[in-house]
Each structure stands twice: as C-alpha cells, then as structure tokens.
Design a protein around this ligand. Structure first.
Ligand SMILES: C[S@@+](CC[C@H](N)C(=O)[O-])C[C@H]1O[C@@H](n2cnc3c(N)ncnc32)[C@H](O)[C@@H]1O
Length: 398
C-alpha cells in the first residue's frame, strides 16, 4: 500500500480520489484502490445504514464516517475560496443528525398496478419506492406508506409530493394530482385525520387548492409563528437553521438596524436584534412575514433583488446586512454592497461556487472575509451550505 493507491479525498460529486489521481465510486479517505479498481475499506469507511443506498438520489455519501463527511464539507469550501484566490479561517462544520430533514420533495408514479413514492434514483427519472429513510424526520417518513395507498386510488401518471413539517404537523402538497369528487374528498380527509396531517393541498396544474387545513398552518421562526404558504422555502433542518442564525447573529454583532436580503419567511429577520428591513421576491412569503411581524420592528418589502438590488445609498443606512440568496448567488446586490459603507455582512449560501465569486467582489470592495462555517443540513449528500462573516477593517469590533 502506498499513498498513490490510497484514497486521499472526496471529489465534489462524491467519488474518492486516490493519490495517483484515479477516481473510485463510493470510496472513503483511507480506503485502498487496487490496480483492478477494487476498493478495500479503510478506517473512515462506514457501512451505509440504508438499504436504498447507493441507488437512491437522496444520499451520495453514506459510506463516509462523520469525520470524513466533515472534511468533505471543509474541502469543498476551501477549494471554492482558493479558486477565487481567497483564504479565510474555516470553522468546524455544523452537522445535522440523521432523520432531521423537515422538508423534502418526493416523486410519485403509477407503475403497473401500484404507485411508487420516493426520491429519484441517482441521475435518473426513475423512482425509488422508499421503504426506509435515514434523513427524513420520522414524522414525515411515517406518511410515506399511507400516502402511497392514497395515491394508489387517484393518481394517474406522475406527481411531485412536497412534505414539510409545520408547527401543527406534516404539510402535504401534491403537484399533478386532480383528485376531484366526493370520493376523493372523503379519502383525503380520512387520510389526513388518521395521520395527523396539518394540511393537504393539491395542484392539478392550475394553482394550489387546499383540501384539508383544520387550523391555520404556521412555522415558528425566531419564536414567532409565521403563516406557512404551501411548499415554502425553509432551512432544511432545525439544527441547520439554528447554526445559520447563530452565525448570522455573531457576524452582525450589535447592529441596531439590519437589512435581511432574500428574507423568505423571516428566518433571520425574526431572529435578529434591533430593527430589520426584510427584502424578498416571493409575494406569498412577504405577505406571511408582514402578517407575522405586525407589531414587531420588522419592515418587509416585496422586491426583486436581482433586477432592483438595494442601492449603495439605500444600503448606507444599515449597520449590517444579512444576505441569503438562491443558488445563483447575488451578483447584482453584491456589486452595490461592495461600493457601500455597510460595516458588516453575514452571507448565508447554499452554493460554495457562487458564494466565492460574490466574496471576491466584496473583498475587492474593501471587505475582509473574517471566517466561514460549513453547514451540513443535507446529510450524506454532496450539497454544501455555509455562513460567512465579512467586515470592513476600519469598522468597530462586533
Ligand atoms: C435560500 S432562500 C432563503 C430564505 C430565508 N433567508 C430563509 O432562511 O428562510 C432564498 C430566498 O430568495 C428569494 N429570491 C429568489 N430570487 C429572488 C429575487 N430575484 N429577489 C428577491 N428574492 C429572491 C426566494 O424566494 C427565497 O425566499
């Protein structure tokens, strides 16, 4: 055994890379790769717990132990920064435990006499018929078998099933299901009642129709119950949300007036001290935040931040900015921020590549990247999230 045939790291797509550059699927750091391509497991190779691994597209890295998964998150972030010529202290990753995912989208399909319900097969449109799951919160997984039976009665073709854990229990939205008539209405009510479902909605293709919602459905953010529009964005796990909020709070320090950009339902806006402006492009999210934030120092605005980013003059009023854009990043907004006098920025990202590109623009504008923390909310997947702190070197300490 030599370094050349030992797996040293895990590449972005999840395969192990040996010292001599050869790639091997499902190999962990420390495994040994023989000339014929066979892999002898090393000390960081764990037995994947789930029967659906590796076919199921929900997880790519169940063969990694905790330490090598954390190293994977660290390396992805370090490589993205390095690619832009940046460096910063990278803190130990915040890892969400198994079975804590509180939102997921599954596929459903009628095949022969039965309905399949689960994640896509990796790199395929085919579906896993989910019999167990190590990432979903058990309260969501408990719906899978009864939902499969319900869909077996009414589904024609394919559907997408959005599951979210709300304050009142599971929230279900089925896109691509018509379920018209009295029989369907009764079946949905019976299913929802028997399984403690908080809301059941369908979208037959022309808009969301709520079929069951005995009490208004909410999600508590920063201690405030917020009306939850069907299939809204939420941080994927409560642990991930807590890690991101703690990082954002630390990064903005004692700011008394903060802008929360790409605010969603208010994950950050409702958890920050002082007054908070919240800018967000989704109309239903901003209405929900307006309703929830009434009487609080939160000022929501419906605004497309790609087309109409906050200008430098607008930004200069704030003592800090929290930024949490979609995967594409926030190029237009970051250009304005780089030219502003804002002293502190907390940047939350679900894409190390677009983050590093935006970070470079901020650093060229005079910001210092103080630290970064990877956040593993999508356990055992190749998806990497993070929070980062920027400050102007001449700004007072946080
Ligand atoms: C990663 S989510 C973050 C949401 C929120 N910060 C949270 O933690 O729950 C990104 C948010 O950006 C919003 N968004 C996407 N494109 C936008 C745009 N052009 N202008 C404003 N908001 C946008 C989405 O609706 C979504 O709420």
């Amino acid at each position: 055994m030599s370094e050349a045939d030992t797996i040293l790291r895990v590449a972005a797509r999840g395969d192990g890379v040996a010292g001599d550059g050869r790639h091997a699927a499902f190999a962990a750091p420390g495994d040994v790769l023989a000339p014929d391509g066979s892999v002898t497991p090393g000390p960081h190779h764990q037995a994947p717990p789930c029967r659906h691994f590796p076919e199921c597209g929900g997880c790519q890295l169940q063969h990694l132990d905790e330490e090598s998964w954390a190293q994977f998150l660290h390396d992805r972030l370090a490589n993205a920064l390095e690619g832009q010529g940046l460096a910063a202290p990278i803190r130990p990753p915040a890892l969400s435990p198994p079975r804590t995912r509180r939102r997921a989208t599954l596929g459903a399909e009628r095949k022969g006499g039965r309905v399949l319900l689960g994640f896509n097969v990796e790199n395929s449109h085919a579906l896993i018929d989910l019999q167990e799951c190590w990432i979903l919160d058990p309260r969501l997984f408990a719906l899978v078998a009864p939902l499969r039976r319900l869909l077996g009665r009414f589904l024609k073709g394919r559907a997408r099933v959005h599951l979210t854990l709300s304050d009142q229990g599971p929230d279900v939205l089925v896109e691509g299901l018509a379920a018209e008539g009295l029989e369907a209405a009764e079946a949905i009510s019976a299913f929802a009642e028997a399984n403690g479902v908080a809301r059941f909605a369908v979208d037959p293709g022309h808009g969301v129709e709520v079929r069951w919602e005995p009490q208004p459905v909410t999600i508590t953010l920063g201690g405030v119950p917020v009306p939850l529009p069907p299939a809204s964005f939420l941080q994927a796990t409560p642990e991930g949300e807590a890690a991101l909020v703690a990082a954002a709070r630390e990064a903005i320090g004692s700011a008394r007036l903060t802008a929360d950009l790409f605010a969603g339902l208010g994950t950050f806006a409702l958890s920050l001290p002082g007054k908070v402006y919240a800018g967000e492009g989704a109309r239903d999210a901003i209405f929900a935040l307006k309703a929830a934030g009434a009487g609080r120092p939160v000022f929501p605005e419906h605004r497309d931040l790609f087309r109409r980013p906050l200008t430098t003059a607008e930004l200069d009023r704030f003592e800090a900015v929290v930024l949490d854009p979609p995967r594409a990043g926030a190029r237009e907004q970051v250009v304005q921020l780089a030219a502003s006098r804002v002293p502190r920025i907390a940047y939350i990202s679900c894409n190390p590549g677009s983050f590093a590109r935006d970070a470079k623009v901020l650093c060229e504008g005079g910001f210092r990247l103080d630290w970064v923390v990877p956040v593993g909310q999508f356990r055992w997947s190749t998806h990497v999230e993070l929070a980062a702190a920027f400050s102007r070197p001449d700004s007072p300490p946080a």
